[in-house]
Ligand binder design. Structure first.
Ligand code: G4P
Length: 526
């Protein structure tokens, strides 16, 4: 039988994140090509929702269908088992992305050399920072005109608040782009723009090798040596521990579309990226090699076929060996569950598996038993933390428009909230239900799904809110006083926790000044 320590140490579970259009899909596809998981470029359908289609709801449906297949992409690369967790590109689904980031051990960030750090990259990096997730940065599209690589490095450091250390270096960019010098391995790859073929490698001893001059010309070779000298002077030597501690991000340069610099990235990634790491539960820290199985649900994907209302719950395995048909405990309900058809995601295919190991993701068919954040174990009562809800950005009252179907509406809202589509708050003043989301699209998603999957009708009514924040205080009197004063703006979330609905930034600011003992939280995890 396989040894658990070997299985753990060969696993690399990570996500690729970027601002839309930086090249995440292209890079993912090229990694799959190297892993032999696909054979031609273009085989991975982008699950991003095209910008032009933001209001085209059916288009989103189609894309969602595709994205089940690409939710997790597992493949073997040499001795390594790699699991890439896909994240939705569209910012209205940012919350899905945040949750997926709780299930990975590291992250690759793709940045467009012409655009540098963009808004969504910044936001996602914040989540990585909260969790101390190690990141590697891939600066993409070197075949296009872009910014000076030193400027890019400065920007990465300043905007992402992390130290950087280039491990490869480009020789020119855009039309004059000639190749990349691999600092990590001291080798030189020449650029041959070809979408299917890996570029030519020049054998060299070190940066002073004359073969560099022969390959790229004397002037560019001299510039390369100058740049490298500057790098050595400015950036401390690369230390893997600094990367693992999330203090320093190694940076690679390349062109995903041209499969250039991708193999170097992958080869370094498998060597330095962390294997599955210990995971904190409320009660204790859980080590991956522990014999007892444990895992948590980080994503629930609904089947869009209304005739077969079922979902797939995605479980990240944190410890032990997962076995098909074993009895496991759903800690929240105390129920004992057996999974007869768990699926794994290998080489873009979904197939039933008999066992899986820490770092792996299994898909469990579900008909509404699971909630986002559920812990499953061999029997131990532990609760994994770290699946925060973020304070939503948009709010609407949800109203029933078909009184005959109020039960269906209730059930639909509850299950959609369990899936993590949006958040529900109940206003304590008027008892009305408020749905909070991170984007406009979710309201359309909810309305459509309530109608098609639950046969319920709803309409939205505007509510003008700036933020919903969770509040708590050690000063019971002040808390009670606050709740009395703000009673029109108090709500509870689904777990019965107090939420303050601030209708403007000013009001929130004043509340903080007037009630200094109250803590206002913008994520549900505190
Ligand atoms: P995303 O998932 O991060 O949103 O980005 P995606 O990979 O879809 O890439 C966005 C666009 O950038 C695509 O072009 C893609 O072909 C292009 N691209 C990716 N890597 C490179 C690169 O290294 N160099 C150059 N020049 N372009 C690159 P598109 O026209 O939007 O889509 P498509 O019609 O080519 O699929």
């Amino acid at each position: 039988m396989a040894n658990i320590n070997d299985e753990i140490s060969r696993r690399r579970t990570f996500a690729i994140i970027s601002h839309p259009d930086a090249g995440k899909t292209t890079l993912t596809e090229k990694l799959l090509l190297f892993g032999g998981a696909i054979h031609i470029a273009g085989a991975v359908k982008s699950n991003k929702i095209k910008k032009t289609a933001t209001s085209d709801w059916m288009e989103i449906e189609k894309q969602r269908g595709i994205s089940v297949a690409t939710s997790v992409m597992g493949f073997n690369y040499g001795d390594y088992k790699i699991n890439i967790l896909d994240t939705p590109g569209h910012q209205d689904f940012a919350e899905d992305t945040y949750r997926t980031l709780t299930a990975v051990d590291s992250v690759i960030i793709v940045v467009d050399v012409a655009k540098g750090v963009e808004q969504q990259t910044r936001k996602l990096m914040e989540v990585c920072r909260m969790r101390n997730t190690p990141v590697i940065i891939f600066v993409n599209k070197l075949d296009r005109e872009g910014r000076d690589p030193f400027d890019i490095l400065d920007e990465l450091e300043a905007e992402l608040h992390i130290g950087v250390r280039p491990l490869s270096w480009p020789i020119n960019i855009g039309a004059k782009f000639k190749g990349v010098y691999n600092i990590y391995e001291q080798s030189l790859d020449l650029f041959t723009p070809d979408k299917q073929k890996v570029s030519e490698r020049v054998e060299i001893d070190d940066v002073n090798d004359q073969r560099i001059d022969a390959a790229v010309g004397e002037a560019d070779a001299a510039k390369l040596r100058e740049d490298l000298e500057l790098i050595e002077g400015v950036y401390p030597e690369f230390n893997v521990q600094d990367y693992l501690d999330a203090r320093v991000a190694p940076v690679f340069f390349g062109s995903a579309l041209n499969t250039f610099g991708v193999k170097e990235l992958l080869d370094c990634f498998v060597k330095i990226a962390p294997a599955p790491r210990p995971v904190d539960a409320l009660e204790r820290r859980v080590e991956p090699a522990e014999p007892g199985f444990s895992g948590f649900v980080f994503k629930i994907h609904a089947n869009m076929d209304p005739n077969h209302r079922s979902c797939i719950a995605f479980v990240k395995i944190c410890s032990g060996r997962f076995e098909r048909n074993a009895s496991y405990k759903q800690v929240r309900t105390g129920k004992s569950l057996k999974f007869s058809a768990p699926t794994a995601f290998m080489a873009q295919k979904k197939s039933i598996v008999d066992e899986a190991w820490p770092g792996d993701i299994v898909g469990i068919p579900d008909t509404g038993n699971f909630k986002i954040g559920d812990t499953i174990t061999s029997g131990e009562e532990i609760h994994f933390k770290g699946l925060p809800s973020f304070s939503p950005e948009m709010f609407k009252y949800i109203e029933n428009t078909d009184p005959m179907k109020s039960k269906q509406l209730e059930k639909g809202i509850q299950q959609l909230m369990d899936e993590g589509v949006a958040q529900l708050f109940i206003n304590q003043f008027n008892g009305r239900k408020i749905i909070g989301t991170v984007g406009q699209l979710q309201f359309e998603v909810i309305q459509y799904r309530l109608e098609h999957e639950y046969g319920a009708q709803c309409r939205w009514e505007p509510i003008s809110l700036y933020k919903a924040c969770w509040i708590e205080s050690d000063n019971a009197e002040q808390l009670a006083n606050f709740k009395r004063r703000k009673h029109q703006f108090m709500a509870v979330d689904r777990d019965g926790r107090d939420v303050f609905l601030a209708d403007s930034g000013y009001v929130l600011q004043m509340a903080r000044t007037d009630f200094p003992d109250i803590r206002f939280h913008f994520t549900s995890e505190f």
